[in-house]
Write a protein of this length. Structure first.
Lengths: 463, 487
């Protein structure tokens, strides 16, 4: 169980900044209390309650031609520990070379006045207060459905509460409490044919575990006696999970300012130009007040996260920026500084949403004469040729043949290798319904995607 | 009180609880430093430290886990109670009771990485100067070099493990890595990258700053800049079936994905389905399945000096050792834990590790190595022995299916081999295959002089994602009739 904690973290950061007396510094703190019930083989075999605390401070020592910067992270959120971290960062900064053009920190006045940020719901007591017994009960109901169908279940129920706070020497203070609940399940038959379903919401009580479990079981049963198909081009329906796996890689290779500056992004040199089909609009919007939004509304620098249109009906937009890359590239921070201690420290989109269309999932299936219905991909990689967003990956956990507009037999897993930009020019249907899908690197984040009909996706190996 | 006293107090509380069948209490403290220079600018100096305690318990036949960032006795004891309560709760979901393979005498002792020069005592200025010299050398030729980057990272960690079986061990690790890469841009907007020694992890392993000092930064920077410029002019690799010689760092990733992961016994049993997937190597295949050709020998070795998968004991207290996985092409062994080994009816091979204090231990690769052919050729001799083929180098893209059969790797560069000589360069090369077919087509492995122990710093597994340093020793090897092409 976890109560709101962000205001207490913000208070700690402010007191440490005052005590450390470092002329210019900022501090970011997060506290993640996670209840995780991971199951497999119809047994709840990894169930735990973990608390992770991270405080990262940055000290900036100004020079005539720029600034010297250093950061220090600690897992101890006491005022004394954060004060020591500030002193250490200051000492390291003074020994570092000057970085030209280092920007000023976000100020209290430019950190997005509250009125400018919609009041977006982010915290749910039902998630924050979930007990081990509640998780066990929900997982047990899913296991019962698997057992009743002669299947084996694997998956997880995650109930997390994240407190985030930022403070700096320009008087900025921001704090936010977020909750995140996700359930996902794989149902497997004795030959290993699997079906998958998931649901994600900030409010645990809104997650219908039984419906998810039944959907996973139905897919496993329907996928029995899967057939192998040869490599080639296939019209495909991609469920939101599969679409999100492509969007995740666009985050890494396309939507950050660093990749644009390096010239490796598909957006580089093409902003304002058509890069894909008209049915593609992708925004990063942490302030979406809808039920599907999850992300924090400010970044680790305290900058309010703005709505950024990355692709507008196929036209490339500008990337997301943090303060350093904004200064380097003559732009403004969009509030997308990367969380500390992640995979990288360059600006990153974290709340992607792809616009929906007007179709139903049956409409998409009905338009395919012969093709594939794909629940999700596995191990997508987008580093083959980032400029063209060439990606490869495999189907998994529910791939079906579509013939004459109807779903048919299961299909063995196949590998696609194709330019996602090119594939997105061949979109011929987008569902109105969208789903939230958790991103695998985030403590409290999910993307939002519709289902797509993509014509002639290239599969480089068959099943 | 010392850190160990808090652990022992929590363990005592759990021992006295009548329903606790097994308990382990693990303290982890780590400190790390990351430096990155882009062009001539140091982007940041990052240091981080964390400490805390993770507790894993079996009660009523099921596991429970709790972790706290506090090392105060009261907090650690509270976490112990939480772990026990969770185990009791989980038991209500039903399922098989956990059984652990027996261990010998409880482990007691100390392990520490052998360090010649403590990287944390090397002045910051010296590290920055080294990285800045590397990026300057990468940029020295001017266009088409567009961006140059050099990076370095170090970690030192201390772990104490006490268990209800009497294990009491303390281990200290020092490891790190460094590398560089550059981006070249052509007039048509085309972009190529080249790295040394690898794109992702660089020169990584356990040890001190002496690891970094052995790198010829300037000489390799000049070569990398020349090769990335040439890649802009190179043709894409033609599609077809070719004889392929794989350079050892790429082969390390091949071993990682197509041998290391499928020999994890938790994957084989299906307990990692919900993220990483399963394994085509099922227990019924042990001792009878032909994984590769008769010259292919693979082993898990947690005793290799300098390996990222080297330790004294794993996170269950099982001692380090060497365990064959594939012997003369036959599949013969798994990476295992006490729980999975009990199910298989064997002893644990000692591969349980957790990422920090707040995660549950999982089966992780240690150093999973392809053994050199004792009478194998040098790389130059192997190329000279190849009339028509491809030499491929340095990973940039990796993907494999959930059973670890269907793989595809993209690399930074390849060269055609004609008449025993490296000739023209190809850009954006990739190769693809099915694991046992591919290893079955291995007809030559270089000798011990070309064998190198590589490090992968961030192997991902588990939920929430756990990142683990692992090692892979490989020598370049040749494979026949491999499907190649370009991305």
């Amino acid at each position: 169980m976890a109560e709101p904690h962000a205001d207490a973290l913000a208070d700690t950061l402010q007191r440490a900044l005052a005590a450390a007396d470092v002329p210019e510094a900022d501090a970011f703190a997060s506290r993640v209390a996670r209840g995780l019930a991971r199951f497999s083989l119809n047994t709840l075999n990894q169930h735990g309650q973990m608390t992770d605390v991270t405080v990262t401070v940055r000290a900036i020592a100004r020079a005539s031609d720029g600034a010297r910067i250093a950061s220090v992270t600690t897992s101890d959120s006491s005022v004394e520990s954060v004060t020591r971290a500030l002193h250490r960062a200051r000492a390291n900064a003074e020994r570092s070379p000057v970085v030209p053009g280092w920007p000023v920190l976000a100020g209290a006045d430019d950190a997005a006045p509250k009125a400018a940020v919609p009041s977006v719901p982010r915290f749910s007591a039902s998630t924050a207060r979930a007990t081990a017994d509640e998780r066990t009960d929900r997982v047990t109901s899913a296991l019962d459905i698997a057992r009743a169908n002669g299947l084996t279940a694997a998956g997880l129920l995650d109930t997390s509460t994240t407190a985030m706070a930022v403070a700096n020497t320009r008087g900025l203070v921001r704090a936010s409490d977020l909750t995140f609940a996700t359930f996902k399940m794989f149902a497997l038959d004795s030959s290993g044919v699997s079906g998958f379903a998931q649901a994600t919401h900030r409010d645990l009580s809104q997650i219908d575990v039984a419906t998810c479990a039944r959907r996973a079981a139905e897919k496993s049963i329907a996928g029995k006696d899967a057939i192998a198909l040869p490599a080639g081009e296939y019209d495909v329906v991609l469920e939101p999970q599969a679409v999100t796996e492509l969007l995740e890689w666009l985050c890494f290779i396309a939507f950050g300012a660093r990749e644009v500056q390096d010239g490796t992004s598909p957006l580089a040199g093409r902003i304002g130009e058509r890069i894909t089909g008209e049915r593609v609009t992708i925004v990063d919007d942490a302030n979406d007040p809808g039920e599907l939004g999850f992300g924090p509304t400010f970044d680790r620098e305290g900058t309010a996260r703005k709505r950024v249109v990355l692709v507008d009906r196929g036209i490339a937009g500008a990337p997301v920026f943090d303060r350093l890359y904004a200064a380097r590239m003559g732009s403004e921070s969009t509030g997308h500084a990367a969380p500390p201690n992640g995979f990288d420290d360059a600006p990153v989109a974290q709340s992607l949403a792809m616009a929906g269309g007007a179709d139903s999932i049956d409409d998409l299936v009905g338009r395919i004469e012969r093709g594939l219905y794909i629940t999700r991909f596995h191990y997508v990689n987008g580093f083959l040729d980032p400029r063209r967003a060439v990606m490869t990956g495999l189907t998994r956990d529910g791939t079906f043949l579509i013939e004459n507009g109807r779903l048919g037999r299961g299909v063995k897993n196949m590998r696609f290798t194709d330019s996602v930009l090119d594939a997105f020019t061949r979109i011929d249907g987008v569902t109105e319904a969208r789903a939230a899908v958790p991103t695998w690197w985030s403590n409290a984040g999910a993307f939002v995607a519709p289902s797509l009909l993509v014509r002639r996706l290239r599969f480089s190996s068959g099943g | 009180m010392s850190d160990r006293d808090a652990l022992l107090e929590a363990l005592d509380v759990l021992r006295r609880a009548g329903d606790v069948e097994y308990a382990e209490v693990r303290f982890v403290e780590d400190e790390s430093e990351r430096l990155r220079v882009r062009d001539d600018e140091l982007e940041n100096v990052e240091t981080s430290e964390s400490r805390g305690v993770g507790i894993r318990v079996i009660s009523n036949g099921q596991w429970g886990f709790a972790a706290t960032p506090s090392t105060r006795v009261s907090d650690v004891v509270a976490a112990a109670h939480t772990a026990r309560d969770i185990a009791r709760s989980s038991a209500r979901a039903g399922g098989d009771r956990v059984k652990l393979a027996p261990v010998g005498a409880p482990a007691r002792g100390r392990y520490a990485t052998s360090v010649v020069r403590d990287p944390f005592s090397v002045p910051l200025d010296a590290k920055i100067e080294l990285l800045t010299r590397a990026t300057a050398a990468l940029r020295a030729r001017g266009k088409p070099i567009h961006r140059a980057e050099a990076r370095m990272g170090w970690t030192r960690a201390r772990k104490i493990l006490v268990t209800s079986d009497g294990v009491d061990v303390e281990q200290k690790f020092t490891f790190g890595g460094a590398g560089m890469n550059c981006v070249a841009r052509g007039g048509d907007g085309a972009v190529q990258q080249r790295s040394h020694p690898t794109r992702a992890d660089g020169e990584a392993g356990q040890g001190g700053y002496e690891r970094i000092e052995r790198i010829d930064w300037i000489g390799n920077a000049e070569r990398v800049a020349e090769e990335v410029s040439e890649l802009l002019r190179a043709e894409p690799m033609p599609a077809g079936r070719r004889t392929l010689i794989i350079e050892s760092s790429q082969l390390a990733l091949q071993v990682h994905e197509s041998c290391g992961h499928p020999t994890e016994l938790d994957r084989a049993y299906g307990t990692e389905i919900s993220l990483a997937g399963g394994s085509f190597l099922q227990p019924s295949m042990l001792g009878s399945f032909r994984y590769g050709s008769s010259i292919v020998n693979l082993a898990a070795d947690s005793t290799n000096v300098g390996g990222l998968g080297t330790f004294g004991w794993d996170d269950e207290g099982t001692p380090a050792g060497r365990h064959p996985l594939v012997r003369e092409g036959q599949f013969v062994g798994y990476l295992s834990s006490r729980e999975t080994a009990a199910r298989l009816g064997t002893a644990s091979t000692g591969t349980m590790r957790a990422d920090g204090f707040s995660r549950m231990p999982l089966i992780r690769m240690v150093n999973v190595n392809l053994e050199a052919d004792p009478r194998g050729p040098s790389l130059e001799e192997l190329i000279a022995d190849t009339d028509d083929g491809i030499f491929i180098s340095t990973n940039k893209s990796w993907s494999i299916d959930d059973l670890r059969l269907n793989f595809q790797f993209g690399c930074e560069a390849a060269w055609e081999i004609k008449g025993g000589k490296r000739t023209r360069m190809f850009r954006d090369p990739l190769y693809t295959g099915i694991t046992p077919d591919f290893w079955g087509a291995c007809d030559a492995i270089c000798g011990p002089a070309d064998w190198k122990l590589w490090g992968v710093l961030n192997c991902g597994k588990g939920e929430p994602m756990q990142l683990m340093p692992v090692g892979h020793g490989t020598a370049p090897a040749r494979f026949r009739n491999v499907e190649v092409g370009h991305g």
